[in-house]
Design a protein around this ligand. Structure first.
Ligand code: CA
Length: 402
């Protein structure tokens, strides 16, 4: 890729031609949401460009969700990306396309979510949580290195970055309490994760192998899996999280296509326990994505995605190994990203060690989220042009219980 973009300020930025993420946006003058592509600090109006220049693609691009493009398959994904690259690198297109300053647009949930599964793929996170929740038992349960543990989340409460989050209420019972009480969560937390969007339908009974990742997954988003730890600790035995997670899950407005992450592919850390054949991969890879967790404007952690134990392809293969179907818009998330170091932990549960070791923010001791707090997760990765690409942000502010 040697072309240079004609868009002012975009060359060398986090949103240069090697990135080109998608969003669904609207602007002040035309309020029908449609697809856009980010270039520098601008949004290319992809819906309008398709309408005027490639009408055969308008049903995929001049629409309010990424699902039709995702369903069109990998050859079309590559063709559209190549066309967008041409539009933004050939100066003769300057007068043919519309760019909106990013500050002037509103972004929407970028895809219609079908089913949602949340994994638990970080060994450091699972070990930390095991030690905090089950201090007298083994940190990792016996199944953990044999399969990517996960649970089915709630697709309908996935919201786009920027959506305010009302503090959930529910049942909670501390070990010292006589019985449960109902009320606002006192231990509201974040989980910094990465999410994968499925762009392919597969019928019941047809398994998807680890080698089919690139033709099945369209792209990635940042994810904040908001979690009410007090509700979770009381409800999760023996079937796992339910209401502690289902009140809201935030995703980034910008969807990074897998093609933009080619330069970020790295070897998966070695798995010391052999896996069953359906989880085996030749040349298992993962992504070298850096995450920043910001609380009220201060970076409090830098979780590294490269340290995750299970690969994105293994999590995909596990989804269908029982014969379950896939639908376009299915979404699976990695689970909390935590590295080996204390300042690499992707949840406040771990950063404050269950509230026992509060961390200091602006001179104040903090453990869990307070009303008015704002959390921003930022993601970046190596790009194909030698610099870095931005994967957008996941922003959310905590409001009191409704
Ligand atoms: Ca999670």
């Amino acid at each position: 890729m040697t072309e240079t973009t004609w868009v002012d300020g975009a060359a060398g930025s986090l949103y240069d031609l090697d990135n080109l993420p998608y969003a669904v946006f609207s602007d002040a003058t035309q309020d029908e949401p449609r697809l856009g592509v980010r270039i520098g600090d601008h949004v290319l109006d992809l819906g309008a460009a398709a309408r005027e220049l490639r009408p055969e693609w308008a049903p995929l691009l001049d629409v309010a969700a990424l699902n039709p493009l995702m369903a069109a398959g990998p050859e079309t994904w590559a063709a559209v990306r190549s066309w967008v690259n041409d539009l933004l690198s050939d100066e003769s297109n300057r007068e043919r396309v519309t760019l909106h300053p990013i500050a002037d647009v509103v972004t929407h949930l970028p895809f219609e979510v079908a089913d949602y599964v949340d994994y638990y793929a970080s060994e450091h996170h699972a070990t930390n949580v095991g030690r905090i929740f089950r201090p007298d038992g083994d940190a990792l349960l016996p199944n953990w290195k044999h399969l990517p543990v996960g649970y089915h989340g709630r697709a309908g409460s996935i919201v786009v970055s920027g959506t305010d989050i009302h503090r959930p209420a529910g049942q909670r019972k501390a070990p010292s309490d006589d019985g449960p009480t109902y009320g606002p969560s006192q231990r509201l937390d974040i989980e910094a994760e990465l999410g994968f969007m499925v762009g392919r339908s597969v019928p019941l009974g047809q398994r998807v192998g680890t080698g089919e990742f690139a033709e099945t997954v369209f792209g990635v988003t940042g994810v904040n899996d908001w979690s009410a730890r007090d509700i979770q600790a009381w409800e999760y035995v023996p079937l796992g999280p339910n209401l502690a997670k289902s009140f809201a899950t935030s995703v980034s407005a910008w969807v990074t296509p897998l093609a933009a992450l080619d330069a970020a592919r790295i070897d998966l850390p070695e798995q010391e326990v052999p896996v069953l054949p359906y989880l085996e991969e030749s040349n298992a890879t993962t992504y070298d994505i850096d995450v920043e967790v910001e609380l009220n404007g201060v970076v409090v952690a830098r979780p590294p995605y490269r340290t995750m134990y299970w690969s994105p392809a293994q999590m995909l293969a596990h989804l269908t190994v029982n014969g379950a179907s896939l639908r376009v818009g299915d979404f699976y998330a990695s689970g909390t990203i935590s590295g080996s170091e204390k300042d690499q932990r992707g949840s406040f549960l771990e950063l404050s060690w269950g509230g026992k070791e509060p961390f200091v923010l602006d001179g104040e001791e903090r453990s869990f989220l307070q009303d008015g707090d704002e959390v921003v997760l930022r993601y970046s990765a190596p790009g194909a042009r030698g610099g870095r690409i931005g994967l957008g942000e996941v922003r959310g502010r905590i409001l009191p219980t409704l």
